[in-house]
Design a protein around this ligand. Structure first.
Ligand SMILES: C[S@@+](CC[C@H](N)C(=O)[O-])C[C@H]1O[C@@H](n2cnc3c(N)ncnc32)[C@H](O)[C@@H]1O
Length: 227
């Protein structure tokens, strides 16, 4: 249950932890737990020490904090573009005592991780990107912008601009056999398959469906760059 604080901040539950929402950040949505739970199941099945996961477009840090709390064997890099998201994510990492295993960086997608020597090291990448088309945001979905930032929603002319870059840029960071999981909008599954297939570098393993049966999360396995 959401807890309202006196200063206008809110505490919201996500994957068993309480995420503080301060500043202009997206409130985590229930459907994003589908992505988090699928990632947690995959991480739980991985062996070896030194597992690394990336939470790209981390917003308030809900995914990396929820996952890090449930998977103490994993180190996380989280990244976001905006000042408010990065500040909120860092605050949540600190509040939840995860500072030794979760590092938050700022920048445009994977450029945020420059200098982290993370290339070729990630066992898993999660991303809940902005995925609503600019046209929809200026029309039928304009209400979303009343209380939450445009950067959290605006996926460009067709809604898939960030997914397209994510799918192209993630292979440089994944280990062969590592996983890329990303959320997409209702009805975007065909575009998601096409983006993944166009690279020739992934095997689509699964679509996770919401409670109404709609596919909302792609689970893809990186075959390796020489595939
Ligand atoms: C849909 S929100 C997801 C936030 C959070 N991960 C969640 O699950 O609630 C998308 C996030 O992507 C960030 N974002 C948008 N464009 C970006 C970019 N080019 N590079 C990094 N982050 C970006 C936004 O600031 C926003 O926090």
């Amino acid at each position: 249950m959401t807890q309202e604080m006196q200063n206008g901040e809110r505490l919201v539950p996500f994957m068993g932890v309480k995420i503080l929402l301060a500043g202009s950040v997206l409130a985590p949505r229930a459907e994003t737990e589908l992505l988090g739970n699928a990632a947690l199941a995959l991480l739980g099945g991985m062996e070896g020490a030194g597992l690394l996961a990336i939470d790209m477009c981390c917003g308030s840090g809900n995914l990396c904090c929820g996952l890090a709390s449930a998977a103490p064997q994993v180190t996380f890099l989280g990244a976001d573009l905006t000042d408010d998201a990065v500040a909120a994510a860092r605050l949540n990492v600190e509040r939840l005592g995860l500072g030794e295993r979760v590092l938050i960086r700022q920048g445009d997608l994977f450029a945020a991780l420059d200098g982290e020597a993370a290339e070729g090291r990630a066992d898993l990448i999660v991303c809940n990107p902005p995925y609503i088309s600019t046209g929809k945001l200026e029309g039928e979905s304009a209400h979303l912008l009343e209380n939450e930032p445009r950067e959290a929603f605006d996926g460009g002319a067709f809604g898939i601009a960030i997914q397209q870059r994510l799918v192209r840029e993630a292979p440089a960071f994944l280990k062969p056999g590592g996983y890329l999981l990303f959320e997409f909008g209702a009805g975007q599954e065909r575009q998601a398959v096409s983006l993944l297939n166009r690279t020739g570098l992934y095997e689509l393993q699964d679509f996770i469906r919401d409670e109404t049966g709609l596919p909302r999360v792609a689970v893809a396995r990186f075959k390796g760059s020489s595939a």
